[in-house]
Design a protein around this ligand. Structure first.
Ligand SMILES: [Zn+2]
Ligand SMILES: [Zn+2]
Length: 331
């Protein structure tokens, strides 16, 4: 599970209302461009700018068996960038924080003396509001607990709570990713209660919307919709260090939750994949030619695993039996 670029940490759920999706194409969560700092613009990147500036060739609709899904509105060529997406919320991994090597906001690789650093004044500005809230609080007990238990997602909840308190995010911004149901196991896991208590303890200032129920539901949604963010290997050295990192299970620079990428269904032989080139901005790329009207699917797990291993992992981690063509063929 560690040797792939994108691992979905949970299965997307398909029962929330579609109405909020109607404006997704104008949402700021879809990044239209992320390369304003490039000094010289080549024809290729100009082409890419035009491609990224136009509406993505996709629509959200219903599938026959898996609820909501993403469909092509025109034919898409193999290798084409379908769209990019900015996260709703993201957070660096433990190791990235420890090594001081990513931007605290966009997860771009940097080298710094401090655990919390920013790659640019733009990132600093964008983080200012929630970071001002975060800095007022002592997180030692919360951080220690999460580190000892190896919990990654509570940090996304912590950041989202700071974003809500500072007014840059609404308390219900993840509702569209709502799980179909929260099992009692999910709701009453001891660590969840402890995380809730620690988070609430951290905020001495009261925020009426951040109830115990809010924390529980947000953590549950984040757990099933978060992506582990791993930068794509850009060079041979990167490939080598990445291989080592994969062995150490520390390849991830952070975790993030997105809106549109969470609507993609799973396939063990996907036609689309999600990659990260320089920061947390996700890039959805076509793996082969896709016809107009065809559903775009990504693989939530390591596609190189055999049939039984894939089914076991999808069932245990995501709660469904995969019926994709590859699985049906017995491969
Ligand atoms: Zn940054
Ligand atoms: Zn399958």
């Amino acid at each position: 599970m560690t040797a792939i670029a994108a691992v979905r940490c949970g299965r997307l759920q398909l029962k929330s209302s579609l109405c909020k999706l109607q404006n997704w194409s104008s949402s700021s969560l879809l990044s239209s461009r992320s390369f304003s700092d490039s000094a010289s613009v080549t024809t290729e990147s100009q082409k890419q700018q035009i491609q990224e500036a136009s509406p993505p060739p996709i629509r959200v609709g219903f599938t026959e068996s898996a609820g909501r899904g993403v469909f092509a509105t025109r034919s898409i060529k193999s290798g084409e960038l379908v769209h990019t997406a900015k996260p709703i919320v993201s957070h660096p991994s433990f190791s990235s924080l420890q090594n001081h090597n990513v931007c605290y906001f966009c997860l771009k690789k940097i080298s710094s003396q401090h655990a919390v650093s920013f790659c640019s004044s733009q990132c600093r500005d964008q983080a200012q509001a929630f970071y001002d809230i975060e800095r007022k609080v002592s997180w030692a007990a919360f951080d220690d607990y999460c580190r000892n238990k190896g919990l990654k997602y509570p940090h996304l909840v912590k950041r989202l709570a700071c974003m809500v308190i500072s007014g840059v995010a609404s308390a219900d911004c993840l509702d569209i990713l709502q799980p179909a149901s929260l099992s009692s196991e999910m709701l009453y896991e001891p660590y969840l209660l402890q995380v809730n208590n620690l988070l609430r303890d951290c905020f001495t200032l009261t925020c009426p919307v951040l109830t115990k129920k809010w924390y529980t539901n947000v953590l549950a949604r984040i757990r099933i919709n978060a992506f582990r963010v791993e930068l794509a290997c850009g060079s041979y050295e990167d490939l080598l260090s990445s291989a080592v990192a994969c062995v150490n299970s520390e390849a991830a620079i952070g975790n993030a939750v997105y809106l549109l990428p969470s609507l993609y269904n799973h396939d063990c032989d996907p036609n689309t994949h999600i990659i990260w080139i320089e920061n947390v901005d996700a890039r959805l790329k076509a793996l082969r030619d896709i016809d107009e009207g065809e559903e775009l699917r990504i693989c939530y797990i390591d596609a190189s695993m055999d049939h039984n291993a894939r089914q076991a992992l999808l069932s245990a981690g995501f709660g469904f039996q995969c019926c994709c063509l590859r699985c049906l063929s017995g491969d």
